[in-house]
Write a protein that binds this ligand. Sequence first.
Ligand SMILES: *[C@@H]1O[C@H](CO)[C@@H](O)[C@H](O)[C@H]1NC(C)=O
Ligand SMILES: *[C@@H]1O[C@H](CO)[C@@H](O)[C@H](O)[C@H]1NC(C)=O
Length: 495
Amino acid sequence: MGRRTRSAAAMAIVPLLLLSFFHLLQFVSSTQEIRVLSAEKRIDLTSPIARVFLTLKVENYGAPEVPEILIAFSPTESEHLAILKASTVEGKRKKKTYVPLSVSPVSSPDAPNGAQLYSVTLRSPLQSGETTTVEALYVLTHSLEPFPTEISQSEPQLVYYRDSATILSPYTIVEQTVYIKTPSSKVESYTKVEPTARSGSETRYGPYHDRLPYSFSPVIVHFENNNPFAVVEELVREIEISHWGNLQIRDHYRLKHAGARHKGVFSRTIAALGYFYWVYDTYAKHPCRLDYQFRQSLSASFKTLLAMLPPRVHSVYYRDDIGNISSSHLRINSQKSELEIEPRYPLFGGWKATFTIGYGLPLQDFLFESSDGRRYLNFSFGCPLIETVVDDLTVKVILPEGSRNPTAAVPFPVNQHLEMTYSYLDVVGRTTLVLQKRNVVPEHNYPFQVYYDFNPIFMLAEPLMLVSSVFLFFVAYIAYVHIDLSIRRPLKTNS
Ligand SMILES: *[C@@H]1O[C@H](CO)[C@@H](O)[C@H](O)[C@H]1NC(C)=O
Ligand SMILES: *[C@@H]1O[C@H](CO)[C@@H](O)[C@H](O)[C@H]1NC(C)=O
């Protein structure tokens, strides 16, 4: 009986197995006439954000026409993938130009090793016997794991990075090398997969020859990375357009130091000291002696943050829940404005700070009219703080009253919806286009546009509201004066 059930189960499994084998065959057959002649992967771990440059020289040795090639990511990589860009090199030597290629994810539930595939569409299909070179850049967030997870004031911050010594690919790779660049030569340990070599701040895996599709060979590198790991857990940007000539920006940050946590009482004392120092500095309005010593002891924390703002900013403010923070410095030139801000208390590993940066910009730098008569905003997406990851970004474009049919043009996928914003003097409220994106990196600081229709009659709404409120106030005043008199008179006659 038991045996019969078992064999029945086996019978049921056979078609399933056959089916998945079939899927695998399909995969292999679509990729078997392509091979990678040479591949190079350069992993840059010098900042808190991991950047990977991949160069693949691909050959079609049998298929009639190949319109696209596939790039594979491990499950961990695809989870942390913030952006993927691909390009191809055209022309030789000095006349080299990089032509961007479009990439799109491919559903690949059956790919070995849980690989997630992306397809890169070539400029023209690769004919049989031809080769082409594709370059890809991809950015990974939260890929450096602090270990030890807690460190004291004087200890360096060490992190783990995990990857594969061989390049994950759906194709056979004839020759390949992986290079890992660390911020310094201080590498505690690294997995060896011969040949492996290390010199200075670079660790090299390979060259390896004739590796089969989906070869994966896990490695761990443990090294020193003393960068403050600035992660904005949430950033809400409000971009408010006023047709009276101003663009008002309000950036609300929830920032975290995502490096190794700080242990010990000392750091807390320092922080408390920092707070009193700030109170003293703000209210006594002159520099105190504590200053120098205090700053010396903060090497492992955030001292300052740098925000890159557009040129011609004005009315800049920087505040948190308590109020305005005076410690910010603004440098403006014709290309850009640099705002250096200093949080109210030093930020150690694991600590958070919330604050708002606000500023105004001349509208004519960012608002234009398109050829079909619509107005459009052209502004930079992403986060103005340098080398910062944003886990959750919300961009709210608040259009002037009376604007209709907003549409956004953003060069990467974002979620979007509409809402209404109300402020004083508003009659019908302002249409607000909300764009949301997770896992945002500096590579997302790219212009985007919001197009909308506007009826100029609404330009009059605000002044009309102002005039009518002044008028109403006047009427109310008259009424008040009249009522006041009518009460007083009978009193006078009584006395
Ligand atoms: C903060 O600074 C801004 C701009 O300088 C100013 O408009 C605002 O009144 C200040 N707020 C407080 C509470 O000091
Ligand atoms: C938006 O501005 C950028 C420069 O900041 C410019 O290169 C780009 O052409 C502009 N896009 C449009 C559609 O006006």
